[in-house]
Design a protein around this ligand. Structure first.
Ligand code: PMP
Length: 328
């Protein structure tokens, strides 16, 4: 092989592995070129909003609801997205196509854009738009039958009055630091089996009511009824949560309602499960409490996935593997 053809071959290999192709501010570029400006306030201040969206069978699951939430969150932070919702969906379709994605996950971000080193968002004239379409597998398939172990975070969820958790902003430090509580405990306990890793937390609000996980909504099942905290508890209004309440529960003829509950009520529940675009529907089998990083109590909720969680998850899978994946 000549030197030129070797370098051409090397370049082709690089291009094939330099994936996914990513939308960054109007261009689709390979992963290694998908960069943002260091003056973007999304980076400097976590100033921006985002979505995590599933792709099933080439369709964008609940595309309209995700885009509606993105624009509503942007409005709440006085961020004018310079393109239409239709164009925002089109960008996602282009990324799906460019990466030949059939089943996967989209991370869609709108940043405040480039500005000065000061906080003033009005000095950032052009919002940044990024769309990453890739694969995601949060948990191994067995975990869905076995259920997860989770930790109760001692750090409360940010109160609505400070920063409404309904705003899916690029600032996730409240959630990240809560999640670190679980990770640190897992390390302390010397857990090495990935299935037993403590990777999720349950966050309470400052009044002691249960809110949600670090990246998912929470449900309990009591006496055959499915219950989830209302948005006034201080939660993200999850699209999977909405799907469980308005489609899966009615389909399975399972009563569902929004109601606040305390940690004690959660520990008394027959079943507990989490929902999210990335996690989908996953059972919680055990809940750990801690003080200063030391586990003080371990509560078994159920042995593996409970029957109602299993029914809802099965209906969920039926829909997302069908020819009628809903994009509305
Ligand atoms: N709560 C939080 C804090 C989240 O980050 C997420 C994931 N987006 C959820 C709940 C679940 O929301 P959805 O079902 O829309 O993914």
């Amino acid at each position: 092989m000549t030197q030129t053809s070797a370098s051409t071959a090397a370049k082709a290999v690089h291009a094939a592995t330099d994936r996914p192709l990513i939308w960054v501010n109007g261009r689709i570029v390979p992963r290694s070129q998908a960069n943002v400006n260091v003056f973007d306030h999304g980076l400097l201040y976590g100033d921006g909003v985002f979505e995590g969206i599933r792709v099933y069978r080439g369709k964008i699951f609940k595309a309209q609801q995700h885009v509606d939430r993105l624009y509503e969150c942007a409005r709440q932070i006085f961020l004018d997205i310079p393109i239409s919702k239709k164009e925002m969906i089109e960008i996602q379709r282009q990324c799906i196509e460019a990466n030949n994605l059939v089943d996967g996950y989209i991370r869609l971000l709108v940043t405040r854009g480039e500005g000065t080193l000061g906080l003033n968002p009005y000095l950032c004239p052009t919002p940044g738009i990024i769309c990453i379409a890739d694969q995601i597998a949060l948990f191994k398939p067995e975990m869905y039958e076995k259920g997860m172990r989770v930790v109760v975070a001692n750090r409360p969820r940010i109160p609505i009055e400070c920063l409404d958790p309904r705003i899916k902003s690029l600032n996730y430090l409240n959630n990240i630091l809560a999640k670190c509580e679980a990770i640190h405990i897992g390390r302390d306990l010397g857990i090495t089996n990935p299935e037993d890793m403590l990777l999720e937390v349950i966050m309470l609000n400052i009044d002691g009511q249960v809110t949600e996980g670090s990246g998912d909504n929470i449900f309990i099942v009591k006496g055959g009824t499915v219950i989830t905290p209302p948005t006034t508890a201080g939660i993200l209004e999850g699209i999977t949560r909405q799907f469980v309440m308005t489609q899966l529960c009615p389909d399975c003829k399972i009563p569902v309602r929004e109601q606040n509950f305390t940690l004690k009520e959660l520990l008394d529940a027959d079943e507990v499960f989490l929902t999210g675009s990335a996690a989908e529907i996953i059972a919680v089998r055990e809940v750990l409490e801690h003080t200063d990083g030391k586990v003080t109590a371990a509560h078994t909720i159920s042995r593996g996935e409970g029957p109602i969680t299993a029914k809802l998850r099965s209906r969920f899978r039926q829909i997302v593997t069908s020819d009628h994946v809903p994009e509305d």
